[in-house]
Structures are given as structure tokens and as C-alpha cells.
Design a protein around this ligand. Structure first.
Ligand code: 3NM
Length: 212
């Protein structure tokens, strides 16, 4: 189930959006986004009450369309919003502790950059694994070295059944390389959130990631 849901994973905070974030999410889901992470982080992002209020509205949109609502890196916010899961990076704390703090219906996603990190994440109970950066990106300034879809191939070989999603610099013209390498889906920020037409940009990506 989660494998299919990961097909087109939108990661987003208000700071990433060219248009209104709630509208952006709704248009993206109408265009074919199947999974969502609220990542309100970095320059220009909302904090405190405003962040919570935006999270409530984004979760409502997700649930209206049966799309899972995941929160980035903030266990307190996961609890406050009763999110469907938590996504953490390598530096976001004790993975095992995070997994144990979640409710049984809440997923844990973990960002990794290589096979060793992916094996560790799987062992500690990650429900899905993100792998990046696939390509160069301007959206995140502290990315690791770009090694490309080959890293997905390496992980897929060792972990044939783990739900995997690629991230970093993925656009409609390179998304199929990530799927062909063995990912269940692609995670995207700017190709959707910075588009003039969010729905059309999403539809262009859908055509590259859904296996017919
Ligand atoms: N994580 P865009 S790259 C949030 O490598 C994030 O782990 C990355 O944005 C990683 O789709 C990245 O605009 C940014 O390139 C992805």
C-alpha cells in the first residue's frame, strides 16, 4: 500500500511556494500527488501558532483526498496535529526513540544518503526511506554529495522490499531515471511549488512515475 502511495511525494512549506500554500497543495493533489510532507523550515518559514494553523489547514486538504499527511522533524507538531507520520533526517535525533514515540498508525520516514544509512534506517524500523540528493538542487543548501540514482540501485539490491523514494533536483525530465533505478516514487519540492501552474506541473510528473 505505502509503495503505491509514495509514487508522487510532495514535500513543502509555505517558504517554498510561489502561490498560496493551501491552494498549492490542493492543486497538486488534484494533479496527482499521492503523499505529503509538511516541511516548514528555513528562511521565511512560519513558526509557533502560525505554523500550527497552516499545518491544520494542510492536513485537512490531505485528508479530504485520502493523502497521508507527514510532518518533518518535529515530534511535538506530529502530536499536536495528530499527523499520519514523522519524517526525520540523519541529524534529527535518536531514530529508535522517535519510532517508539509514534502511535501504531503513524509512519516513520528517514532521509538517507547511502546504503549504510539505509540499512540502519530499515533496522531501526523506518516505514519508508528517502534517498538524496538524486540531482543538484537549489532548494536545500546543506545537501550531501550528489551520487544520483545509482544509490537507489545499490539500496534496492540489498533491500528488495523496502519502500524507497528519491529526492533532490527531481523534475519531470529526470524523474523516470529514479523510478527505473528501483524507487517506488519521487519526492519533489520546487518542480511543483514553483510552477506557474501547479496542476499542470504535477500532471507532467505523474506521467513519469506511475507504472502503467
Ligand atoms: N532533502 P527540490 S534534497 C528536502 O538530499 C531535501 O536529502 C534532500 O527539493 C536530500 O525538489 C531536498 O526542489 C530538497 O530539489 C529537494
Amino acid at each position: 500500500m505505502i509503495e503505491q502511495q509514495l509514487a508522487l511525494y510532495l514535500v513543502m512549506g509555505s517558504q517554498n511556494c510561489k502561490h498560496d500554500p493551501v491552494e498549492t497543495l490542493e492543486k497538486a493533489i488534484q494533479g496527482g500527488v499521492t503523499f505529503f510532507q509538511f516541511r516548514e523550515k528555513g528562511l521565511g518559514s512560519k513558526i509557533g501558532k502560525e505554523k500550527i494553523e497552516l499545518g491544520i489547514r494542510l492536513k485537512e486538504v490531505c485528508h479530504q483526498y485520502d493523502v497521508p499527511f507527514i510532518v518533518n522533524d518535529d515530534l511535538e507538531l506530529v502530536n499536536e496535529l495528530d499527523a499520519d507520520g514523522l519524517h526525520i533526517g540523519q541529524k534529527d535525533g535518536d531514530m529508535k526513540k522517535m519510532k517508539d514515540s509514534l502511535k501504531s498508525y503513524q509512519m516513520l520516514g528517514v532521509s538517507t544518503h547511502n546504503l549504510d544509512e539505509a540499512l540502519e534506517a530499515k533496522n531501526l524500523g523506518a516505514d519508508y526511506i528517502g534517498v538524496g540528493p538524486m540531482f543538484n538542487t537549489l532548494t536545500k543548501d546543506d545537501i550531501e554529495e550528489v551520487n544520483g540514482p545509482i544509490v537507489i540501485e545499490e539500496i534496492r539490491e540489498q533491500l528488495p522490499n523496502v519502500p524507497l523514494v528519491g529526492i533532490g533536483g527531481i523534475k519531470h525530465h529526470n524523474a523516470s531515471q529514479v523510478i527505473e533505478a528501483g524507487a517506488n516514487g519521487v519526492a519533489v519540492i520546487s518542480d511543483i511549488t514553483q510552477a506557474e501552474s501547479v496542476k499542470e506541473a504535477t500532471e507532467r510528473l505523474v506521467g513519469k512515475v506511475i507504472r502503467l
